[in-house]
Design a protein around this ligand. Structure first.
Ligand code: URA
Length: 238
């Protein structure tokens, strides 16, 4: 990888990285390097202003999405998006959301720079289960559970079989591996229980960290990253 690209991964534009290098602020294995196109070897130590500047190839985050934010990287009408919850340094790494949560839906949103991983986690082909907690009108009964297990017919398609569980009074958990538009809300409405509030708790093996308040994020742990790559049938390359 080029030196300017590696430096830019620390939250700089490519132009800013080139300037920093030309100003003698970058060192490779202890030596000042002034050439932005200098080709780095994987084992090279890179410093910017004396600090480690070897940022990982990919960034993966979990965000506790609050209501009121669009799951998008930008919005033409100027509505707030989930990227507004991240600092500039991370936005510049060009992280994108894995799938979509409606504006009023809260809970686990994973953001990543790895487009292939994002694609596989939402592709029906890879069958990654998402867990939702819903507050609903009325109470789930065995008939609803059976209808979910058979596949709920919606207007344009029939959903894949899904698991539905009661979760106390006026609440349930839904386990789905599809992610069509408003799917969970539509499935529950179709069995007579419109959703009042919806929260995503889990994507495959990764659960929302209870230590994160709404609007907070953290990097995925190495274990969480590895688990996601594994269910997506990919090897992680850093
Ligand atoms: N199902 C929905 O209805 N909305 C979401 O945001 C996610 C799943």
């Amino acid at each position: 990888m080029r030196l300017d690209k590696a430096i830019a991964r620390n939250g700089l534009t490519r132009q800013m990285a080139k300037k920093a290098i030309a100003g003698g602020r970058a060192r490779v294995n202890g030596n000042v390097v002034l050439d932005p196109g200098y080709l780095l070897k994987p084992e090279d130590e890179v410093l910017l202003d004396g600090e480690n500047a070897r940022a990982p190839e990919n960034v993966h985050l979990m965000l506790h999405k609050p209501a009121g934010f669009l799951t998008a990287t930008e919005d033409a009408r100027g509505e707030r998006t989930v990227l507004d919850l991240l600092p500039e340094k991370i936005r510049m790494r060009k992280v994108g959301p894995v799938g979509r949560l409606d504006k009023d839906v809260t809970g686990l949103l994973i953001l990543t720079t790895d487009g292939q991983l994002a694609h596989r986690l939402i592709s029906p082909k890879w069958d990654v289960e998402k867990t939702y907690y819903a507050e609903i009108e009325g109470e789930i009964d065995d008939e609803c559970v059976r209808r979910f297990a058979e596949g709920v017919p919606l207007k344009e398609f029939t959903c894949k079989p899904a698991r539905l569980e009661r979760a106390g009074a006026g609440a349930c958990r839904v386990y789905v591996s599809e992610g069509k538009y408003h799917q969970v809300k539509r499935m529950l409405a179709a069995v007579g229980h419109p959703v009042l509030r919806l929260k995503r708790e889990k994507i495959g093996p990764v659960a929302l960290d209870p230590a994160l308040s709404e609007g907070e994020f953290r990097p995925l742990t190495p274990g969480e990253e590895a688990a996601l790559y594994e269910i997506a049938g990919m090897t992680k390359h850093e």
